[in-house]
Design a protein around this ligand. Sequence first.
Ligand code: CO
Length: 460
Amino acid sequence: MKKVQFTETVLRDANQSLIATRMAYDEFAEILKTIDRAGYYSVECWGGATFDSCLRFLNEDPWERLRNIKAAMPNTKLQMLLRGQNLLGYKHYPDDVVKKFVERSIANGIDIIRIFDALNDTRNIKVAVEETVKNGAIASGAISYTTSPVHTLENYVSIVKEMAQMGVSTICIKDMAGVMSPKECYDLVAAIKDAVDLPVVLHTHMTTGLGFMTYLKGIEAGADVIDTAVSAFSGGTSQPSTEAMNHVLTQYGYETGLDTSVVKEVNDFFKPMKQKDLESGLLDPRVMGTDSDALNYKVPGGMLSNLVSQLKQQNAIDRFEEVLEEVPQVREDLGYPPLVTPMSQMVGVQAATNVLLGERYKSIGKEVKAYLRGEYGRAPGKVNEELQKKVLGDEQPITGRFADTLEPIFDKTKEEQKEICRCDEDVLSYIAFPQVAEKFLRDRMAAEENRCDYTIEQID
Ligand code: CO
């Protein structure tokens, strides 16, 4: 029997794409044991924006969240999303930090690390991939999918071959904007299957409404795993629904391994949460619809919901359409980067700045400047030379791997922050988000004077 497996995203990507990653551990803790029985290939539950959100908004230790999920779901592979050399942050970290982060993620319960680089610059995923393999976890090499004059099948296939050489166990096509069409997916999966002997995982969003068709064609071409969300948290800027895909694939004779009655229990649990989030305004109906404009703008789900909330805060939500229209121009000027973190934020903020100030590049973001200096890696295409000149002057952009210019910082930071950091995980939280983590760690110290420290050994 033909086999297709599912990765459930409700705890990470659906949560991130629909409700800005505000789902607290206590809100979903109760359902974890049920999810563990559903028969998923894996559950994506950590990484991406969850780490930042735990510390910044939810007053949660992200590492503790991971250990708790692991304890409640011993039978399911836990998966995280890692932005290569950016880890879970927005800039490149030195190799010692990348290695330590990967090692501690696995020690705390992660089984699969999906690793991507926003520019598909493979130099930026190599250290994380090798460290994942070394620590016995599954490294999934992800290509950030986009369409542009410089993103060709040949280009993607050569990236995939490099990933295979690095030792990844699976290849993921990560279509964060939901712009991959069924035909594009079919052709790309077929080309990858032709080039390497590795399972292919599909990741898309329903933003433009193509998702179900795209998955079906991708599976026809040989894809092995798909990312879906239980229906209450599916659709719109989130993933295609788990139940719908399972229903269709089962009819076509695929073995999915899912227990539909358990998946229903999971969905029944999340239904009232969705209703509550709609009522509170956390879930904006705008992100639940189908928007084919994204086929032009290439704007991923998380970026859409972030833009909406940023413009609302600035009382400028009426400029939303204009900002969306500015996005492709900024993207072209930057050499067609795929719009995924951190490029999505950089391009989104720059597009909003251009529109709100009424003049293109009157003010240029710090990160965009760093990008033009080469601090994020190789741009996929040519950047606007005039813009680059405006930022760099006579300075030459970096062409080597940026992390090679960074000094190790883990041991030094551990020593400097020993007052607030009680374990290596705390040090990593601090390095990832210094101000936010410092506040979190100090508050925790004040609140938990008498609490015993955990030991990792108790979890497995
Ligand atoms: Co996604």
